[in-house]
Design a protein around this ligand. Structure first.
Ligand code: SF4
Length: 331
């Protein structure tokens, strides 16, 4: 997934103390990037057995819609073009404060941020598959600023392991949601997080993960080899796997994902993509780097004055994690 330019910054830091969300707002940005993150909540009420977040960040607490909108407005006035709404479990945003009846509070937040003039793009991370309701899927279809990219953490493709992880969905439910999302938004890119080598993961469980990766046809993924986290239930589970097994499964999965990423990217060769130019490419500072709406990195030859602009770029060449192109000369 990665980043090829230095201009995506967390513009609001998440405080580690329990003093509350006002801390979030007090971390004023010193430099406003083209694309940045704004924290909308902290904490998580899920109890995934491998995760340390609930014990370190505590219960979910959400900032108000207006406070977030005010902050995004201020950042846009200072040059921000794309915002990523950030939280451990954004699909639970505002449930405690605004209630879960009626329209999802998170969708209400996106709709409010969508009204901000001068803001071109909205993204978010991370949702929980259980909270991916149809109204959120429809927001991708109905709100032009909401970019067609969903990072939807799978963690495992084995329903048995998902249960051990306390993820509260099955392999079938996950795939149903992916299918529904793709039917509503055919151009959406879907990426994920996967843990390999969770305690007790058999060859059959791992094969289930492979099957889901293929069936969901992910564009890309972060793959993690399971490692114990202090004071988590999974750390005390029987069936901890040797490092060699985790490493082997990691390699198999990475190879498959690279193949899928390449295939997805190859499909874009010859197309014209809208790219938000973020800054010089890290690997080749003579070139510029930006992202498509589907969050793919595009590197192209261009002028520094392009930074912050949305440009049409014709994709000429694809690699698994980067696209290369040329600006389209408009008549
Ligand atoms: S993995 Fe995500 S959803 Fe699960 S407890 Fe951690 S932060 Fe919450």
């Amino acid at each position: 997934l990665g980043s090829d330019s230095g201009s995506r910054k967390s513009v609001v830091a998440v405080g580690e103390d329990q003093a509350g969300l006002s801390l979030l707002a007090r971390h004023a940005p010193t430099e406003v990037a083209v694309s940045g993150f704004v924290s909308i909540m902290r904490g998580c009420n899920q109890r995934c057995s491998f995760c340390i977040v609930p014990s370190t960040r505590g219960e979910e607490q959400s900032r108000s819609i207006e406070e977030i909108a005010d902050e995004v407005e201020g950042l846009v006035a200072a040059g921000l073009r794309e915002v990523t709404l950030l939280g451990q479990i954004v699909t639970s945003y505002g449930v405690k404060e605004l209630g879960s009846r009626g329209c999802m509070p998170f969708v209400r937040l996106i709709e409010r941020v969508h009204e901000i003039e001068g803001l071109e793009r909205i993204r978010f991370t991370s949702p929980h598959p259980k909270g991916l309701r149809v109204e959120l899927m429809e927001a991708f279809r109905d709100l032009p600023k909401l970019c067609e990219h969903m990072h939807l953490p799978l963690q495992s493709g084995s329903t048995r392991i998902l249960k051990q992880m306390r993820r509260t969905y099955s392999k079938e439910l996950f795939l149903e949601k992916v299918e529904r999302l793709r039917s509503l938004v055919p151009s959406i890119a879907i990426t994920t997080d996967i843990i390999v080598g969770f305690p007790g993961e058999t060859e059959e469980d791992f094969q289930d993960t492979i099957d889901v990766v293929k069936a969901a046809d992910f564009d890309n993924a972060f793959v993690f080899r399971y490692s114990k986290r202090r004071d988590t239930p999974a750390a005390a589970m029987d069936g901890q796997l040797p490092e060699e097994v985790k490493q082997e499964r990691n390699q198999i999965l990475l190879a498959l994902l690279e193949e899928q990423a390449m295939r997805h990217n190859q499909c874009l060769v010859g197309s014209i993509e809208e790219v938000l130019v973020e800054g010089p490419s890290k690997r080749n500072p003579d070139r510029l780097s930006g992202r498509t709406r589907s969050n793919k990195i595009v590197v192209y030859p261009g002028s520094p004055r392009h930074v912050g602009q949305l440009l049409p770029i014709r994709i000429e060449r694809a690699m698994p994690f980067t696209l290369y192109g040329d600006p389209v000369i408009l008549e």
